[in-house]
Design a protein around this ligand. Structure first.
Ligand code: GCB
Length: 670
């Protein structure tokens, strides 16, 4: 069989050979006329609370060194057909050690980096005898990119499609208690026209005959593997499956309200004479109880906090990121304690209109970054050291926001953003979307459903981004984005919707469906390269045109220039540190003009740090538009940006300057 045919059939085969139903349609035709798209339902996520220990729950990490096998590129389904999951992987193939969490691409010295298709992981673990008692055990993955199939002790457990998002399954009946167990994961990194994001797989000749090539138009490396932590956790038989929280503030911001609603899973919930109820306790940072309530059988209610400390962004208030702890206790009719779950809650309001975006009634001016989860060696694998360093740099430079370009970031980083008062524009993994289809629409909506389910309780999340640089000039984009935006709104009415658009405003068909318009443009780089005299007016003109067309608040969501650290040229020349600094400065001038208009609400540099991309002649070791290097050290422009972000903070939000913001030059200058 030709490789292409095998690959085209691959997903059918895997599904048919394993345990789930059949998916349809792999490659999608390019339609030049508008598609008739139907608003079909997408499956709803359940459960998936971040795994936390409590007096009723235990958590165990399965992170560490796993065994790893790559499939033959030409035969990606062989492992399923030959049932590699039925025994240790090493019995089928020689294995190599592989860290979890991490991308597998940059770990070895051979070309695993460019492998296309399936890879396999397994490891053994012990489950204590005590876990066999009256409780349930769950297996949870923080994320596997792009598609994952999981077995425990050779038994099917779960299949999940979509990178950067968590999934879980109950494994109570599959485990050996007080004994050894084996977990096997097959991961598939192939991106095709109906995955989110889209890619293409082609069969091309090479020196050895024919080979498979993965291509994609988006500008970051398609890192793959078990990217985030793997946990086993216990819950009682009847347990708190979901907690949803929304908040409100009185007009004078002195009284806060926390609305909570809880869903329960388990047999006790179905017993007619057992009216489950919830006791909700809210504690402040010092651990003092500030509000409590007991729900009725509807398992929801309201807590009132008076006086309240609202959640504020970094530099907008002397005490940013204030979080309360919400303790949810699930009780049976006789007040028997069934389950306890605790989460952090920030009390704040969001609102927006055709001019402004406001937090707690105060207009926000975003000063931030587009970023990537990306690092040397570990790729997109969760790395706490890197995460803490990045937040230190964000605070050092005076940023108050970032966009999770171009996919959901780790849950741990969302919690960190809550704590530090960094506002998040939370983006789903739809990047460079084109060739719109019904199947793609379903997956795109599902990615947003999973994202909103995961992140809805984070005070740091202030906006949903439903796409980056989709091809919105096409006729089909019109109804496609209307459906995506309306679906997003139906899931969360408390946050505005944006998308980062790059087509000319005259051609765009998505903006009418958004609440806030974000645009990406590279003046003096992709257009008029090197022409620093062609930045300021172009930025002003384009922002005005977007605002005129849609009468909505405008953000410049990307601008910047590739910069090789250590390359200096005076006068400024492309790729030099002087050039990046000048490009920024010319944009700042435009932004200050635009700010006077009242509807220009934010500036986001592309990018926070240098990052890896696919190999092309336009990229030297990756995309170098970082203000920081990939090793997270500042380029010259970082010092300029820092002065601007703090100057904006002082002007708009009355923050104070850090002591080391200005270097002493002379008595004459202050
Ligand atoms: C863009 C994309 C971003 C790229 C950037 C660039 O417009 O949104 O993903 O990395 O341009 O540097 O080309």
């Amino acid at each position: 069989m030709h490789l292409r045919i095998r690959l085209t059939c691959r997903k059918y085969e895997i599904w048919a050979l394993s345990f789930f139903s059949l998916v349809t349609g792999l490659y999608v035709l390019h339609f030049s006329i508008a598609l008739i798209l139907v608003n079909k339902e997408v499956p709803s996520t359940r459960g998936m609370l971040y795994p936390r220990e409590s007096e009723t729950r235990e958590v165990r990490s399965l992170d560490g060194i796993w065994n790893f096998v790559r499939s033959d590129q030409a035969n990606p389904t062989q492992g399923v057909r030959d049932e590699w999951y039925a025994k240790e992987l090493s019995k089928s193939r020689p294995t190599i050690p592989m860290p979890v969490p991490a991308s597998y691409n940059d770990i070895t010295t051979d070309n695993l980096r460019d492998h296309v298709g399936t890879v396999w992981y397994d490891r053994k673990f012990f489950v204590p005898r005590s876990w066999a008692k009256d409780q349930r055990i769950w297996l949870r993955f923080g994320s596997v990119h792009y598609e994952a199939y999981v077995w425990i002790n050779g038994q099917k457990v779960v299949k999940h499609e979509m990178g950067h998002l968590p999934f879980e399954a109950e494994v109570t009946d599959l485990l050996n208690y007080g004994a050894e167990n084996r977990i096997t994961v097959m991961c598939d990194n192939a991106l095709i026209q109906t995955t989110v994001p889209q890619g293409r797989i082609t069969e091309v000749p090479n020196d050895g005959g024919m080979t498979i090539v993965q291509s994609y138009t988006f500008d970051f490396f398609n890192y793959a593997g078990i990217h985030r932590s793997v946990h086993l956790y216990t819950t009682p038989r009847t347990f708190i499956e979901e907690v949803e929280v929304t908040t409100n503030l009185s007009k004078d911001a002195t009284v806060g309200e926390v609305f909570y609603s809880v869903s329960v899973n388990g047999s006790a919930a179905n017993e007619a004479d057992n009216v489950l109820h919830v006791q909700a306790n809210l504690y402040d940072k010092e651990g003092k109880l500030v509000a409590n309530a007991t729900s009725d059988g509807k398992l929801g209610g309201k807590l009132q906090v008076n006086p309240v400390k609202p959640w504020w962004p970094y530099l907008m208030h002397p005490e940013p990121g204030y979080l309360y702890q919400l303790e949810i206790k699930l009780l049976a009719t006789n007040d028997e304690l069934l389950d306890v779950y605790r989460l952090k809650v920030g009390i704040r309001t969001l609102s927006w209109n055709s001019q402004q975006f406001l937090i707690n009634g105060k207009p926000v001016y975003f000063r931030g970054f587009g970023r990537h989860e990306d690092a040397d060696i570990r790729g997109k694998g969760l790395d706490n050291a890197l995460m803490v360093r990045d937040f230190n740099l964000l605070k050092w430079i005076g940023a108050n926001a970032y966009r999770t370009s171009h996919y959901p970031y780790s849950e741990e980083s969302m919690q960190f953003a809550d704590e530090h008062g960094i506002m998040i524009i939370d983006e789903c993994p739809s990047v460079d979307t084109e060739n719109y289809s019904q199947e793609l629409l379903g997956k795109h909506k599902s990615s947003l459903e999973q994202l909103i389910h995961r992140d809805r309780n984070h005070p740091s999340v202030v906006m949903w981004s439903i796409a980056n640089e989709p091809r919105t000039a096409s006729v089909s984009a019109d109804s496609y984005f209307e459906l995506v935006a309306n679906f997003t709104r139906s899931l969360d009415k408390t946050r505005p919707i944006t998308a980062a658009i790059a087509v000319p405003n005259t051609q765009d068909k998505a903006g009418r469906s958004l609440d806030i318009i974000s645009f990406n443009r590279y003046n003096a780089w992709y257009s008029n390269a090197g022409r620093l005299d062609m930045v300021t007016q172009n930025v002003i003109d384009e922002a005005i045109a977007w605002n005129k067309r849609y009468n909505k608040p405008i953000i410049m969501s990307e601008y910047g220039a590739d910069t090789l650290e250590g390359l200096h040229m005076q006068p400024a020349y492309v790729w030099s540190e002087e050039f990046q600094t000048e490009v920024f400065s010319r944009h700042f001038k435009a932004f200050d003009e635009l700010r006077k208009k009242g509807w220009f609400i934010g500036e986001f540099v592309w990018n926070f740090a240098d990052f890896k991309t696919a190999q092309t002649y336009t990229r030297v070791g990756g995309n170098k538009k970082g203000v920081f290097t990939r090793a997270r050290q500042p380029k010259a422009a970082a010092h300029l940006l820092r002065k601007r972000y703090f100057a904006l903070g002082r002007d708009l939000d009355q923050c104070s300057f850090p002591d080391d913001l200005f270097t002493y030059i002379a008595d004459l200058i202050s």
